[in-house]
Design a protein around this ligand. Structure first.
Ligand SMILES: [Zn+2]
Length: 237
């Protein structure tokens, strides 16, 4: 049977995996990797050199009964993660899918008699998330793992401060409006209306500082996933 991660939780598991990656890179480099070398997180290296699994990219994996494209699959028996590239043109979304499957591979133990491969589709995000359903709970754990693996809290806080010169930004501040304006490229007629938090977070995710890369460039993540992370951590509020 497939079981949930132990009580340490998905974020702790992700941080453990990152420490293993850092140790591997330090052995290769004979020193600790710099931030620029460590990020974006090298997921293939985690799969091949930390987990000793395989990552195979294919054009398509298949479809669910609802005709949703399957984006990724974690195959325990083969120790293999499959990534479908055709349904995901953006590398940020591909990275998220691979990180999600790494979550299943590292957290969700199985016994040989009942091997359940995990597939990722977009459906779960849209669906009502009933966490009483064990299968949904596994998916939520894998998502939380992916988020921390690609965008570790401490590193996100640091990069955010490098870009904005503040620990957090209020959505109706002048700074938030400037960021939004530079993102949309025009003065918005609604500039005196309360700003939409997700829209500000999305703009902030793509915003590059004077001397710092934008969060999406630094972490190699999608604007949507990065925006959700900024809101979750209260960096945009
Ligand atoms: Zn999954």
């Amino acid at each position: 049977m497939v079981t949930l991660a132990d009580e340490s939780g998905p974020a702790t598991c992700a941080r453990h995996t990152l420490r293993q990656l850092k140790a591997f890179m330090a052995r290769q480099l004979d020193r600790n990797p710099s931030r620029g070398e460590f990020y974006p997180i090298d997921l293939r290296r985690i799969i091949e050199d930390v987990l000793h699994w395989r990552l195979d990219e294919v054009a398509a994996i298949g479809w669910t009964p609802d005709l949703e494209p399957i984006l990724g699959r974690c195959e325990y028996s083969e120790k293999r993660i499959l990534l479908a590239t055709d349904p995901m043109p953006h590398k940020g979304e591909r990275a998220y899918t691979v990180a999600h499957e790494i979550g299943h591979a590292t957290m969700h133990k199985y016994t040989d008699c009942e091997i359940a491969d995990h597939e990722r589709t977009r459906a779960l995000r849209r669906a009502e998330r009933r966490i009483t359903d064990p299968a949904v709970a596994l998916e939520i754990e894998a998502d939380a793992f992916a988020c921390e693996l690609l965008m570790p809290e401490e590193a996100v806080r640091k990069q955010f401060e490098l870009v904005f010169g503040h620990k957090n930004v209020w959505i109706n501040s002048h700074l938030a409006r400037n960021v939004l304006q530079s993102h949309t490229g025009k003065r918005r007629a609604t500039s005196f209306a309360p700003a939409d938090a997700f829209e500000v977070a999305r703009a902030a995710a793509s915003y590059a500082g004077e001397a710092a890369s934008s969060l999406i460039t630094f972490f190699g993540t999608s604007a949507a996933a990065t925006a959700r992370r900024l809101l979750e951590l209260g960096l945009i509020y």
